[in-house]
Design a protein around this ligand. Structure first.
Ligand SMILES: Cc1ncc(COP(=O)(O)O)c(C=O)c1O
Length: 362
């Protein structure tokens, strides 16, 4: 992990979102460690977003006080949620189904607490969330608003379709759609007498491309702290912003088939197919020299098995590549690749200055 790049990415996002007039509640799923989360919240309120309760617990123990658990709530984890609810100033849950609300009401009464809840809205990613155009979304928001057992905070969405864009201009269109849809939905709810304090949106491509976010209260990008080969290909950042790389060693060379094999497979780079909609030949990551400065053009990581990565050259294989040669790779998806490791070597320039330990499990 290149610390100077992490610091620069954090600073730029903090300034960009301040200029946009929205609170930054950064997602921490990309790195899953306390040190990077601290850099992300500098200059903002200190609120963070997590995708696992293990991340929430680690951040709570490190002193973070305000955490949104941004997946639709798994109802078998209420004991863990209760501990976090009691330990934190704010611990916010997401739901998109009346059954989850009923369970929260029942368990809240039984446990003597009032859960803080956001309604998850589908703004086009079609993963989870209520359809804001339908009637069921309004009736669920109304039930949340009227329930004495829960504290209804507002609405939240993640327009993950921003990853299908090909340029910052396309990402700007998606974030404008995400903003408008959420502000219009909040207006509709307010028209029905429902209080909506929070309008929370955001993905890295969308927030990076945003120029105005009127009506939105907070954004939750996360990947921007490391960025990755996909973000560079879709126009969210330049290659020199990529802060997470995997240093691999050549373990085999096969000039007759113009291939070399490295000891970084799917358990180091992940099998995320990458930005094939921008470049069908993108392969499994971007290859650079060991210092991370020079792109190695004309070479593609064509396949990954568990512990092997196969690199194919479109000309004769570089004769200087031998077993033991080191190569660096910027993975397609830094969140998934980082989650393969139990520690990150933190480098400033070429010097290793620290080691960070991401939290594992759920
Ligand atoms: C609910 C939610 N919010 C925010 C984010 C952060 O988006 P990104 O990874 O584009 O930074 C994610 C990422 O998956 C998410 O699922």
């Amino acid at each position: 992990v290149d610390l100077s790049r992490v610091e620069r990415n954090a600073r730029r996002m903090a300034e960009h979102t301040r200029r946009l007039g929205v609170r930054l509640r950064p997602h921490t799923k990309t790195h899953k460690c306390v040190e990077a989360a601290r850099l992300q919240v500098e200059g903002h309120s200190g609120g963070v977003t997590v995708s696992t309760l293990a991340e929430a617990r680690a951040l709570a123990e490190a002193g973070f006080r305000d955490i949104t658990y941004a997946v639709a709530l798994p109802l078998d984890r209420l004991d863990d949620c209760e501990r976090l609810h009691r330990d934190l100033d704010g611990f916010h849950l997401l739901l998109d189904h009346p059954r989850t609300l009923a369970e929260l009401e029942r368990s809240g009464s039984a446990r003597g607490l009032r859960w803080s809840v956001l309604l998850k809205v589908d703004s086009g990613a079609h993963r989870t969330g209520v359809d804001p155009a339908g009637d069921r979304s309004v009736s669920l928001a109304s039930a949340l608003h009227e329930s004495p057992e829960v504290d209804f905070r507002g609405i939240l969405t993640h327009a993950g379709q921003s990853y299908q864009c090909r340029s910052a201009a396309e990402a700007a269109e998606i974030v404008n759609h995400e903003r408008t849809l959420m502000v219009d939905f909040a207006d509709r709810l307010r028209g029905a007498g429902i209080t909506v304090d929070e309008i929370s949106i955001g993905s890295t491509p969308g927030v990076m491309a945003a120029t105005a976010l009127e009506g939105v209260t907070e954004v939750r990008p996360g990947n921007y702290i490391f960025f990755d080969a996909t973000q560079a290909a879709i126009g969210s950042c330049s290659i020199d912003a990529l802060a997470f790389s995997v240093l691999a060693t050549v373990i085999g060379v096969y000039p007759e088939r113009r291939e070399a094999v490295i000891n970084a497979g799917a358990l180091a780079l992940s099998k995320d197919p990458g930005p094939t909609h921008v470049n069908p030949q993108c392969g499994c990551g971007v290859l650079v020299d060991p210092d991370g400065q020079q792109l190695i053009a004309g070479h593609t990581i064509v396949s990954l098995s568990q512990e092997h990565g196969v690199i194919r050259s479109d000309r004769d294989l570089d004769p200087s590549w031998l077993p033991g040669t080191r190569l660096r790779i910027f993975p397609n998806h830094s969140c998934l690749a980082a989650a393969c490791f139990d520690r990150y070597h933190i480098v400033r320039g070429t010097e290793v200055v620290d080691e960070w330990h991401p939290v594992r499990g759920w």
